[in-house]
Ligand binder design. Structure first.
Ligand code: PBG
Length: 332
């Protein structure tokens, strides 16, 4: 006679070897993409106060930190540029200049690493515009200032081509303009960069979780991005954005932020015919760091659990400021 209960799920949890045997989700260092910042006008790396352990880098410290990432098994970094305020203008023209801070950063990393470490560049104007928006401004027929979708596309095209010329393996349009992927794909192809991939920020929400990032890039933004980034209340339009980006030629699609949008991530992962990335954003990093510093949570355990959850929900790649640290932990 079998005793009740005969089905005992706890059997598969009895010891570490058994748990590892049945683990469905396994993080790898190569899952991670490390976002990094290179800044003009600093002689020493500058720690971002709301993101302890994350720095605005000089050329030297950028190289050093990228080596540490690669040594830990990370295979891709995502570079953002922080120009001087005096180099910002209405159309973010330094974004496409060969000697703009971001393009110099891309070039120096490509020279240092060749194809050993993939160099992805952020393809968005907000760091470079004096108004801090992700596109060019114009006025609509009622005299209101708007971020002009179609006037912005050629600026993205020029930026993407400049990044490819500097040596980027991947460009990553994050401005949420309609048609940006098709436009950039055509520009890259016409310039001979058929092999440069596009990671599209497809489902990108107008999120308060980007707060610390604004400090990280010295953002000039007044107001918000709700006319171009998605409303956190909405789910369906993410599927539309993803379908459209794949149709336009995206090689990867992305969901951002990650943890508060795992439902979206899971649906996109099910639907997508291309790899799906998720971005664990600055505010997610800041919350885990702050609670860890207060002794309110075990920082490292929460870091690994959050990354595991993002992968379990369906992410193939995870952009995370924890990349190097988490990769090192996996090696142990
Ligand atoms: C825009 C961009 C942002 C982030 C990445 N790319 C900010 C925004 O959309 O306001 C946020 C990343 C983060 O919070 O970690 N170029």
């Amino acid at each position: 006679m079998s005793t009740f209960p005969s089905r005992r799920p706890r059997r598969l949890r009895t010891n570490p070897a058994m748990r590892e045997l049945v683990a469905e989700t396994n993080l790898r260092p190569a899952d991670f993409i490390l976002p990094m910042f290179i800044a003009d006008g600093i002689d020493e790396p500058r720690e971002i106060s709301s993101m302890p352990g994350v720095y605005q880098h000089t050329a030297d410290s950028l190289k050093r930190a990228a080596h540490e990432a690669l040594d830990a098994g990370v295979r891709c970094v995502d570079l953002f540029g922080v120009p001087l305020d005096e180099d910002k203008d209405a159309t973010g023209s330094q974004s496409a200049a060969r000697d703009g801070v971001l393009n110099r950063g891309v070039a120096l990393l490509r020279e240092e690493f060749g194809d050993d470490l993939l160099i992805m560049a952020d393809t968005c104007l907000d760091e470079f515009t004096d108004h801090g928006h992700c596109g060019a401004l114009s006025t609509n027929d009622r005299g209101q200032a708007i971020v002009d979708n179609d006037a912005t596309l050629p600026l993205y095209d020029a930026m993407a081509v400049a990044q490819a010329e500097a040596g980027a393996h991947i460009v990553s349009p994050s401005g949420m303009m309609d048609g940006q992927v098709a436009s950039i794909r055509r520009a890259l192809d016409e310039a001979g960069f058929q092999d440069v991939a596009i990671m599209a920020y497809s489902a990108k929400y107008a999120s308060a979780f980007y707060g610390p990032f604004r400090e990280a890039v010295g953002s000039s933004l007044q107001g918000d991005r709700r006319t171009y980034q998605q409303d956190p209340a909405n789910f369906r339009e993410s599927l539309l954005e993803v379908d459209q980006d794949i149709e336009e030629g995206a090689d990867f699609v992305m969901v951002k932020p990650a943890l508060p949008y795992l439902d979206v991530l899971s649906a996109v992962a099910e639907r997508s015919s291309v790899p799906v990335a998720a971005y664990q954003v600055s505010g997610e990093y800041a919350m885990i760091s702050a609670a860890g510093r207060n002794g309110w949570v075990d920082r490292d355990a929460v870091m690994m659990e959050s990354l595991t959850s993002i992968k379990r929900a369906g992410a193939d790649q995870i952009l995370t400021y924890f990349a190097t640290e988490a990769a090192r932990k996996l090696a142990r």
